[in-house]
Ligand binder design. Structure first.
Ligand code: ADP
Ligand code: ZN
Length: 722
């Protein structure tokens, strides 16, 4: 039978049947182009009998147009696509799009033009600009744009030099292979604890079986060095490795260590790759020549030819959860992928998610522990600063004990880090005269003042305006008051207290690109910064040996609001940022400013008693039927038309399923009732583990026809409750 059923990359279409032209074979997983009306669609040949659809009269079938020159998607990957779509109530096509995520790669090998100095005298005048370029471009090769950047001249100058014969074009294959990582390049000496853990993981890689691990190691224990050994083992076996990192812009430190260990950088995958880099990486991953891939969560869905190991580093991080499109959690999907691929997966963290710890304590994951810091460094001492007793001066946010500790470090020439998870200068700006509050026109959120860029910005949709010089409401000049602190304001306070201190603000605004992050790290390591003021961006990965003081400006901040994981997240953030202190020879100290010294999470942080915190949190989750003991799902209906959104929510509410193993809250306006110009209504579903949550939700939603302007988003195991 030469009929095939395609999963087409268009969520609005179901599976479609085609016939194969004579002599063409297309096993399941083959990527093809097929005609659809006057258009062409990309599709994947799916396994016989696994996609529902009508049987078509075979004589009416159209033939597929072309088999694309990429390896067929493997069986484990096809099962992963099905599982992900099913679990997260997403369209199969939307998941498949994350696999075929480089349009260019599907077209087969390609070339591009690069340029370099020709070495000849050339013709024409030697201008100062040309001279500059000749000096700067020795040994360089790249596109005109890249070379213009290197030489700091315009692209026009370089094009002139091409015409004059000073610079020559050459054709290079976009898909040139990546240099292979060398597993024996530099093998570190592991501590006995590290060696025990790494031996276990190396064995698991050799065994080539599904094996999930929780690598639970304190900050500074050398988790990276430890998991590099199973990575090396996979490379020796000729298999691929995927390392997922939460914040790809800040992988500098990781890349340095990787290159030290393996002699070459890994293959990178993240959203800001250029399209040529993307297709090169995609093709190398698909044909198996990319040995070790380091990526953001989207790297999880790539078509690895020969995957042997998955590492999820900082596995507790919220950024592994995608909150738009297919709302998946890369941590959980990694485990599923390992299961389908029959390989080990390692979730590494100093502050694992409660869900992961639960899996370890029930024996589903094997737990591996690194209980102490590498090289004899000790964990920092933690001290609470009770803000109800020790008050900062008026208009200030740093209480006397924290100021004294900063002063002490400055005197000793050591570094300090102040943590506040709020970008900008102040979270709210209002008019002193009329009380007008600056709100985003597209979102139910305040505009945040950024003094460094002199803008008011919405942190939800990115809307920006200049800071007005008079009130938008009453017209009074110079009357804006900043309410509450952001990191920029804390940095100002430090500068006022200690004018000689060198202060750096570290947030996604100031370290947005890998280059700026690298520059910041070089400065901090080189001792050019005394005080770092940063958001959650500085809580992970950094290793500054001279940093001996961490101040948490407001530990209560994360506990406000309706987030079901607030306590856990506060614990993780504070424990992680505390973990930046005293990583070198000098011991570290952590001061936590709080108004709630008796809150369980704060008390546990002070006592350094992680187990006590997790036990209390486990009980609370049990009582609330929250994960891992019960499950949550959010359904958000949104429309640009408020009435349409509300009406649809009411109608859906009228047909809510009535079952005793789940209950449904809502509809109610979502906490962010307006987002990017769309009005949002929300249902929250809380289910016992016995309920088939996805099936219930699908059945409930499928019975409705929503108007075209209405969007329905389903979020299974949500992390965001706005
Ligand atoms: P973690 O990720 O567990 O917080 P790191 O992996 O950052 O800890 O390790 C802390 C520091 O100790 C790093 O600078 C790392 O290079 C160093 N280190 C850890 N293990 C070793 C080892 N076996 N040999 C040499 N240096 C090590
Ligand atoms: Zn906005």
């Amino acid at each position: 039978m030469n009929r095939v059923r395609l999963l087409v990359l268009n969520a609005a279409l179901g599976p479609l049947d085609y016939k194969l032209p004579d002599g063409v074979s297309a096993p399941a997983g083959t990527v093809v182009l097929a005609p659809l009306g006057p258009r062409t669609v990309t599709g994947i040949v799916w396994d016989e009998g696994r996609l529902p659809g009508r049987e078509f009269d075979p004589s009416k079938l159209r033939a597929i147009r072309e088999v694309l020159p990429v390896p067929p998607l493997s069986e484990p990957l096809r099962r992963l696509i099905e599982w992900t779509a099913d679990y997260y109530c997403a369209a199969l096509a939307s998941v498949a799009r994350m696999v075929l995520s480089s349009g260019g790669a599907l077209g087969g090998p390609a070339t591009m033009t690069e340029y370099r100095l020709s070495g000849s005298e050339g013709s024409g005048r030697m201008t100062p600009q040309r001279k500059l370029a000749l000096e700067a471009l020795v040994g360089e090769q790249g596109t005109i744009r890249e070379l213009a950047g290197i030489a700091s001249v315009s692209e026009g100058v370089l094009r002139g030099m091409v015409n004059a014969g000073l610079i020559e074009p050459l054709t290079v294959a976009i898909d040139r292979p990546f240099p292979p990582a060398n597993p024996e390049h530099w093998v570190p000496e592991l501590s006995p604890d590290q060696a025990e853990v790494s031996d276990r993981l190396v064995k698991a890689v050799a065994a080539r079986e599904y094996a999930p691990f929780l690598l639970d190691g304190v900050t500074g224990s050398g988790k990276t060095e430890t998991y590099f050994e199973p990575v090396a083992e996979a490379i020796r076996q000729g298999r691929q490795v995927l390392v997922l990192l939460p914040e790809i812009a800040l992988t500098e430190n990781f890349l340095v260590r990787f290159e030290q260990r393996f002699g070459t950088p890994p293959v990178l995958w993240h959203s800001s790759l250029k399209s040529t880099e993307r297709r090169r990486a995609w093709r190398a991953i698909a044909n198996g020549t990319a040995g070790v891939v380091v990526g953001a969560r989207s790297a999880l869905f790539l078509p690895y030819a020969n995957l042997g190991l998955i590492i999820v580093d900082e596995a507790h991080e919220v950024s592994f959860k995608q909150d738009e499109g297919v709302r998946y959690n890369a941590r959980d999907v990694s485990v599923m992928r390992a299961r389908f691929e029959k390989i080990p997966v390692v979730l590494a963290s100093a502050t694992p998610a409660l869900e992961s710890l639960h899996m370890a304590s029930t024996g589903i994951y094997e737990r591996l522990e690194l209980p102490s810091r590498f090289g004899g460094a000790t964990l920092p001492k933690i001290r609470l600063v009770d803000l109800t007793q020790e008050q900062p001066g008026s208009g200030r946010w740093l209480a006397p004990p924290l100021v004294a500790a900063l002063e002490d470090r400055l005197a000793k020439g050591e570094q300090s880090l102040l943590f506040l998870n709020r970008r900008g200068f102040a979270p709210l700006t209002l008019c002193r005269n009329c009380g007008h509050r600056y709100q985003c026109p597209n979102c139910s959120a305040w505009m945040v003042e950024h003094r460094l860029s002199a803008r008011l910005a919405c942190h939800h949709c990115g809307h920006e305006t200049a800071v007005p010089d008079k009130c938008a409401e009453c017209g009074e000049p110079d009357c804006l008051v900043a309410c509450g602190p952001g990191v920029e304001r804390i940095a100002d306070e430090v500068a006022e207290l200690f004018p000689e201190a060198r202060v750096a603000v570290a947030t996604s605004d100031t370290l947005g690109s890998p280059e700026r992050a690298a520059e910041f790290i070089a400065q901090a390591e080189g001792g050019a910064i005394d005080v770092i003021v940063g958001t959650q961006l500085v809580t992970k990965g950094f290793h500054f040996p001279e940093l001996t003081l961490v101040g948490v400006v407001d530990a209560d901040l994360g506990l406000e609001g309706g987030d079901l994981r607030a306590a856990e997240r506060t614990y993780q953030q504070v424990a992680q940022v505390a973990g930046r202190a005293g990583r070198g020879a000098k011991p570290g100290e952590v001061l936590i400013q709080t108004r709630h010294t008796d809150a369980p999470v704060i008390a546990a942080l002070e006592a350094g008693d992680r187990d006590a915190f997790y036990e209390a949190e486990t009980e609370a989750r049990k009582d609330a039927g929250a994960p891992p003991f019960g499950r949550w799902a959010a359904i958000i209906l949104s429309s640009e038309d408020e009435r349409e959104a509300r009406a649809a929510a009411m109608r859906l509410g009228d047909t809510r399923p009535d079952q005793n193993d789940l209950y449904i809250l809502g509809p109610a306006p979502a906490p962010l009732a307006l987002l990017r110009g769309r009005y949002r209504y929300r249902f929250l579903v809380n289910a016992r583990r016995s309920a088939n949550l996805q099936k219930v939700i699908r059945g409930w939603l499928d019975a409705h026809d929503f108007p075209p302007g209405l969007r329905v988003g389903v979020d299974i195991d949500p992390y965001s409750f706005v």
